[in-house]
Design a binder for this molecule. Structure first.
Ligand code: NAD
Length: 512
């Protein structure tokens, strides 16, 4: 079942026992504690990674600070050229890295390849950006003065990432940060440490070929303790953290206490409104893909369907029918639609959530359960669930990171909008309608309160060209496209006097 995984591990230079901390080409001795990476696909131990020690952390931060002095004076388009080469290297390793993502995290091979493609795309985007780090110029109110603003590199960017996008989130941050002149320290999820090592190896090759100093790309495998060191470290001006809202609140408090910058990409509770004017073919396909894709483990997964009462029964019937045709199994086998959850803890959360739905008065339409048998021996395969609920039920208000889809009925569009916005999270949202008034109202000031609002496209997935992120408990951060690069730089306003007078502010004069 792990077809070709050994070859891919070899191609990515992953050993049975790996060091976990690195400044580029060099690997540091860690704590001696081992992080074991088990595949949710078949439950096998893939490899071990040594957790970083506080000493290794210290060496890495010092090396990164040293590298920054050199990297920041390398011209931005030259930094872009190096990122271009990383994109090429990723193209070469696409199949191997995609397979590792699929095997270590459990998403389908197709989705694994898609994630690597996103990395390649952000490289291309960053290459162009490296010649477009523009500031404005302004007209000064004083004679013979010139005023403009410019963007300078920040320094060390700390990146804390989640298991569900084990490689793409890192690249969204690093490729922009690198062309901006920053150096990066990455702490991957302790559930996907091998993906971190693979990326580090790929970058190290390119950096070596270009004599990039050690410290521009750093890796620190470990658990929350390493994340805490990063959050509390005032040598790290920006911390970009992707994960649960619970984690984000802690990181935000620690970074805030030292007045650092935090870029937060946290949990979602994404809804799709299906109005009586929807094209149901698009709506059902979008809902199904959004709810069961990546086994419901995307931050943008569709969790709630808010459906007009006049088409409710019809949508329900179509969905139940579609769910009955889902194939669950090995994600490396293209015939399967749904792979495993990340681990058995996630299965426990899923099972508890189903119990809570029942306890709180929900009505299960498509039954869940954990699958058993040889193909499912990892214990991580579950059946996607559909349940009828009320929007204000406690369980519906939370993000359950599993394939559980809630159906909610509405009468008026205003009511639907209020329900869509009536949760603590604000990441992604969608309306399915061919009615222009509904679509425009949804996108208006009085419409969706999310960072992402779509019409006739589901909630999940996003193009790298747009800024990605969400409001409220999703954390407010934006990364990837548009002008998201600005968070990786510090802005400076400059005024130059080329005259022979010094006009003082507020008309103040000295008789000298
Ligand atoms: P998680 O919060 O358990 O872990 C995320 C990362 O934070 C890990 O690297 C972990 O080691 C680290 N961490 C945990 N506690 C920490 C602390 N106190 N200080 C510093 N670091 C700490 O999340 P997960 O289970 O890996 O991922 C799932 C969550 O991530 C979901 O809530 C999902 O919505 C969210 N997510 C959001 C986005 C987004 O862009 N908005 C993208 C992907 C995932």
């Amino acid at each position: 079942t792990a077809s070709g995984i050994q070859e891919s591990l070899e191609a990515l230079n992953i050993q049975t026992n790996n060091k976990g901390a690195s400044t580029g080409s060099q690997w540091l001795t860690g704590s001696g504690e081992s992080i074991e990476s088990y595949s949710p696909v078949d439950g096998s131990l893939i490899a071990n990674v040594e957790a970083s020690s506080p000493e290794a952390y210290e060496s890495v931060v010092k090396q990164a600070a040293k590298a920054f002095e050199q990297w920041r004076i390398t011209p931005a388009p030259k930094r872009g050229e190096i990122v271009r080469q990383i994109g090429d290297k990723l193209r070469l390793h696409k199949a191997d890295l995609g397979k590792l993502v699929s095997f270590e995290m459990g998403k389908s091979y197709q989705e694994g390849l898609g994630e690597v493609q996103e990395m390649i795309d952000i490289c291309d985007f960053a290459v162009g950006l490296s010649r477009q780090l523009h500031g404005f110029t302004m007209h000064s109110e004083r004679p013979s003065h010139r005023m403009y603003e410019q963007y300078h590199p920040l320094g060390i960017v700390g990146i804390i990432s989640a298991f569900n996008f084990p490689v793409a989130v890192w690249s969204w941050n690093t490729m922009l940060a690198w062309v901006c002149g920053d150096v990066c320290i990455w702490k991957p999820s302790e559930k996907t440490p091998l993906c971190g090592i693979a990326c580090q190896n790929i970058v190290a090759e390119v950096f070596k070929e270009n004599d990039v100093p050690e410290g521009v790309s750093c890796l620190l495998n470990g658990d929350a303790k390493i994340g805490e060191l990063i959050s509390n470290d005032s040598r790290i001006p920006l911390v970009s953290a992707t994960g649960s809202t619970r984690m984000g609140k802690k990181v935000s408090a620690a970074v805030g206490a030292r007045l650092g910058k935090a870029l937060l990409e946290l949990g979602g509770n994404n809804a799709m409104i299906i109005t009586e004017n929807a094209d149901l073919k698009i709506a059902i396909t979008g809902a199904l893909f959004g709810a069961v894709g990546t086994c419901g483990q995307r931050c943008t997964s569709t969790r709630r369907l808010i459906i007009h009462e006049s088409i409710y029964d019809q949508v329900q019937e179509k969905l139940v029918n579609a769910y009955s045709q889902l194939k669950i199994g090995n994600p490396l086998d293209e015939k399967n639609h749904v792979g495993p959850l990340i681990d058995t803890d996630a299965v426990k959360m899923y099972t508890e959530a189903i119990q809570q739905i029942k306890d709180q008065g929900g009505n299960i339409l498509v039954e869940g359960g954990t699958l058993t048998g040889e193909e499912y021996s990892s214990g991580c395969y579950v059946k996607p669930v559909v349940a009828e609920v009320e929007n204000d039920m406690t369980i519906v208000q939370q993000e359950t990171f599993a394939p559980i889809l809630y159906l909610i009925k509405y009468k008026t569009f205003d009511e639907a909008l209020a329900m869509q916005n009536g949760v603590a999270q604000g990441l992604s949202s969608a309306v399915m309608t061919n009615n222009m008034r509904e679509a425009e109202l949804f996108l208006s000031h009085a419409g969706s309160d999310c960072g992402i609002a779509n019409v006739n496209i589901g909630t999940s997935g996003a193009e790298i060209g747009g800024a990605f992120g969400g409001e409220k408990e999703t954390g407010g951060g934006r990364e990837s496209g548009s002008d998201a690069w600005k968070v990786y730089m510090r802005r400076q306003t400059n005024t130059i006097n080329y005259g022979s007078e010094l006009p003082l502010a507020q008309g103040i004069k000295f008789d000298l």
